[in-house]
Design a protein around this ligand. Structure first.
Ligand SMILES: [Zn+2]
Length: 311
């Protein structure tokens, strides 16, 4: 089974130092963790920020990722754009018509390339807010790989593409566009977690994720997609950034786990683009391991008590 780590890199305020770099605790922490495992992650870099705050922050992000041999692909949050004749307050790409989406993708792609990205062939909408018009906009921009499906519709995931590809929750191709989903597991505790739990570093415990990956591989999945953001690895405390140790351990742990498993290998979105053997059959649903889901929920409850007690 191929496993892909996707990292969405974005700023909502123009303060990239605080939202992305965090004194080495954000983007660079992820890059170094990937390096230690000798693997390439796929960084979906938000590009419309350059139209509001200039290209310099993006140039630095892309230069850091290029220097580390990581994969840079396109991400867009319409709300941060400053483009004449265009204004956005919702930040949901799929609420826009096809012509507007086509304009935004073309502009974002041009910005990302101008900032030094050389091999852009994939696109992820902000909050995965993509629909069939987005696929048409991608084709017009020459982008043939999508990363816009996620069955876990909590936590502001807005995908409208889950039912538009033949294979659900796995690598799938539709009209020449390949989509790599954020993988979701059936929740063993739907009353607490909702029907699906997606593989995001801040949303799933390490045991849940590793055992979940083992189950996906046994069930015959072609690919598993994991989501994260630089902001999952630090928080602001007293005017400075401090690491979120739990999430740092989760990332290091899952990188090592996949590296050890003979039946799994890390790959990147760019490396998947040429893949020809894509099945159109949906693999069976896989349930997250109950004991590890309970362990994660117990840990979350303990964290809440600690915060209340001021520890
Ligand atoms: Zn985003």
């Amino acid at each position: 089974m191929d496993v892909i780590l996707t990292i969405d890199v974005e700023s909502y305020t123009g303060d990239y130092a605080r939202e992305v770099f965090a004194g080495g605790l954000g983007l660079d922490f992820i890059v170094q963790a990937c390096r230690r495992q000798g693997m390439v992650g796929t960084f979906f870099v938000e590009a419309l920020g350059a139209t509001r705050w200039g290209r310099e922050p993006l140039q630095r992000i892309v230069a850091d990722l290029n220097a580390a041999g990581q994969d840079v692909q396109l991400h867009l949050h319409p709300v941060v754009a400053r483009i004449e004749g265009f204004e956005d307050h919702e930040d949901v790409l799929c609420h826009r018509d096809r012509a507007t989406q086509t304009m935004l993708l073309a502009r974002g792609l041009a910005e990302l390339r101008a900032c030094g990205a050389h091999n852009v062939l994939a696109f992820r909408a902000g909050d995965l807010g993509a629909n069939v018009d987005t696929l048409a906009a991608m084709e017009a921009a020459g982008l043939r790989v999508s990363a816009n499906r996620d069955l876990d519709q909590k936590s502001s995931i807005r995908s409208r593409l889950n039912d538009h590809f033949p294979a659900r929750n796995d690598l799938s191709r539709r009209d020449g566009i390949l989509d790599i989903p954020v993988t979701a597991l059936r929740s063993p505790l739907p009353m607490l977690d909702g029907p699906w739990r997606h593989m995001e570093i801040s949303a799933m415990g390490l045991g849940e994720m590793c055992h979940g990956l083992d189950r996906l591989a046994r069930a015959g999945y072609a690919c598993a997609g994991i989501l994260t953001h630089p902001g999952e690895f630090f928080r602001q405390a007293g005017g400075r950034c401090v690491p979120i140790a739990k999430n740092c351990r989760r990332l290091e742990g899952v990188l090592a786990h996949v590296g050890r498993r003979p039946g799994m290998r890390w790959t990147s979105v760019a490396a998947m683009a040429a893949r020809a053997d894509v099945s159109s059959a949906s693999p069976p649903d896989v349930r997250a391991p109950l004991a590890w889901s309970l362990a994660r929920l117990a840990g979350q409850a303990l964290d809440r008590v600690r915060v209340k007690l001021g520890h």
